[in-house]
Write a protein that binds this ligand. Structure first.
Ligand SMILES: [Zn+2]
Length: 74
């Protein structure tokens, strides 16, 4: 059986990431982005402002295997 979460460990969230607040400024934003922290290679949630201000350290990750099939547009 094909498991789309096979690489789940590649998408481990940072232990201090809540998923409800910005990882950096702790803002309770409704529009948090899932990004990868390059220093730890873990996923964190950032508000738009922090993402822009720290774009060299955090990469927007569009693969998000938990939302659907990888590599397909639909
Ligand atoms: Zn923020």
């Amino acid at each position: 059986m094909k498991c789309k979460f096979l690489d789940e460990k590649c998408y481990e969230f940072h232990e201090k990431d809540s998923g409800e607040q910005c990882f950096l400024c702790s803002a309770n934003s409704q529009h948090l982005f899932t990004v990868r922290q390059l220093s730890s290679m873990k996923m964190v949630h950032l508000c738009g402002e922090c993402m822009v201000n720290n774009s060299s350290e955090y990469l927007l990750d569009n693969t998000r295997p938990w939302e659907g099939d990888k590599g397909s547009s639909r």
